[in-house]
Design a protein around this ligand. Sequence first.
Ligand SMILES: C[S@@+](CC[C@H](N)C(=O)[O-])C[C@H]1O[C@@H](n2cnc3c(N)ncnc32)[C@H](O)[C@@H]1O
Length: 304
Amino acid sequence: MINPPIDSIVCGDCLELLRGVPDNSIDMVFADPPFNLKKGYRSCKDDLSLQEYLRWCEKWIVEMVRVTKPSGSIFVHNIPKWLIHYSGFLNNYADFKHWISWDAPSSPMGKSLQPSHYGILYYAKCAKQLKFHEVRYPHKRDRKSGFLLKDYGGKKSMLHPFGPLVSDVWTDIHRVKHNKYRDEHPCQLPIHLLERLILMSTDEGDVVLDPFSGTGTTAIAAKRLGRHYLGFELDAVYAEVSKQKLVEEDAASKLGGCWVSFYLKKVVTLRDMDWECLQDFFFLPDAVGKIDSAPITLKSNYLQ
Ligand SMILES: C[S@@+](CC[C@H](N)C(=O)[O-])C[C@H]1O[C@@H](n2cnc3c(N)ncnc32)[C@H](O)[C@@H]1O
C-alpha cells in the first residue's frame, strides 16, 4: 500500500515522503525541481553549491526510479545545464527514451547563445516494458489566415485531419506568463504540458507522482484526465493552494469516452488510437484539398 495515500498533496520533504512509497508502485513520475537559480521560493534555498545541489538531485532521482513500475515513465524538467548531469545519474538506473525540447525563448545573457528551450528528460524504467501511446497535436497555422504553416510538398492527401504526431520538439505550448492564469509561485508550469505527458505514458486509473508539486499542476492534470495523483511539496502555502484548486477539478477532460487535453476551448493533445472515435466531435474539411486553408473545429456543444 502507498503511504501517504494516493489522491493527496502532502506537505513535507520529498526525500522523506518518497521513503513511504513502495518499490515499483507508480506509473508516471514527473519532477520539476528547484533549478538552483536563486528563485524566490517561500520555503527552500535555491542557491546551493554545485556539489551540494547535484548530490541532492541524485538522491531524489534514485528514489523516483525505485518507486516507478517496470512499465512506468520517468520525466524530469530542467535547464540543459542540470539535465546533462541528471542523464549521467539516470543512465545507471533506467533507459533513455528522449530529451524533449520545450521551446521557451528567454532574454539574451551576453557572450552566449540565447537560451531558448527547457528540456524534459524522458526515461523508461525498463524500455522493453514501457507503456507508451502516440499523441497528436493540431497542425500549426498562420494566426490570421488559418493557412497551414508547413509546405507538405504535394502530399496533402496524406496529412492527418487533426494534426501531426508529437515529436521531441514542442513549440505549441507556451509558458504561463499572464498573472490572470498564475498562482503566487515563481515557476508554475502549464497544465496542458503535463496533460500531454500523462496522455502519452499512462491510462485511466494509473498513478502519477510529482515530488516537487508546487501549486499542484501535475495533480490537476492527472485528476482532469481520470488518473490518480500524489504530490509532495515542502511549502505549506503552495500545498494548501494546490488542495484548494483540486477541490474545484473534475475528471472531465473528455470527448465521449476518450480523454483529451484542452486549452482555451481547443483540443491540444489527443491519442492517435482514439481518433476513430474522436473525429465525430469535429467539423472536418469537406475535401482533403481544403486542409491547408480550413482548420478543423470542435462542434460547439463539445466546447469545454
Ligand atoms: C520548480 S517548482 C515546481 C513547480 C510546479 N511544477 C508547478 O507547476 O507548480 C519546485 C517546487 O519544489 C518545492 N521544493 C523544494 N524543495 C523541496 C523538497 N525537498 N521537497 C518537496 N518540495 C520541495 C518548492 O517549494 C517549489 O514549489
